[in-house]
Design a protein around this ligand. Structure first.
Ligand code: THU
Length: 162
């Protein structure tokens, strides 16, 4: 029997400590959160993606009376980005989530489905996607790669070089 230890580095910081580009990305996620359609959960989430051409794509959670038909903020932004800018790499994603009525200022990290969807593009583009999770009150959790959020991840990928 062998025992192993899995560890990864992440940063916790304040919004004011981010560089201007990251700050702008987080503000975009916060702004997009305000347009979420979440009447069932009242949990509003915004996401903003920075693409390699400098374009920022935003998205928010869109719920539905038939619950599974809704979509998280991250995938709303992600699929729009890849549908419209398929050649661009995704450099970063900022995420901001909190209760709409009584915000607690908690940091929201991507759900498992969103991690898997992000992983697919991180692997195909062969460079990390940085994750910036922000609370509505400006506390930041920075993770350097989606792979850090999915240990022993499942990859089954089409690569153009294959
Ligand atoms: N949600 C997101 O948009 N992103 C996440 O990473 C976590 C959850 C949404 C889904 C649902 O509309 C609401 O938050 C409550 O789960």
């Amino acid at each position: 029997m062998n025992e192993h230890l899995y560890q990864f580095k992440y940063k916790t910081l304040k919004l004011s400590e981010l560089n201007e580009q990251d700050k702008t990305l987080v503000f975009s996620a916060m702004k997009s959160r305000e347009q979420a359609y979440a009447p069932y959960s009242s949990f509003w989430v915004g996401a903003a993606l920075l693409l390699s051409n400098g374009v920022v794509i935003t998205g928010n959670n869109q719920e539905n009376a038939a619950y599974p038909s809704g979509l998280c903020a991250e995938r709303t932004a992600l699929f729009y980005a890849k549908a419209n800018y398929p050649q661009e790499k995704i450099l970063k994603i900022a995420i901001c989530g909190d209760d709409a009525k009584t915000p607690q200022g908690e940091i929201t990290t991507p759900c498992g489905n969103c991690r898997q969807a992000l992983l697919e593009y991180e692997c195909t583009q062969d460079s990390p996607i940085v994750v910036l999770c922000a609370s509505t009150q400006g506390n930041i959790l920075e993770i350097g790669s989606i792979k850090d959020l999915l240990p022993f991840c499942f990859e089954l990928l089409y690569k153009e070089t294959d």
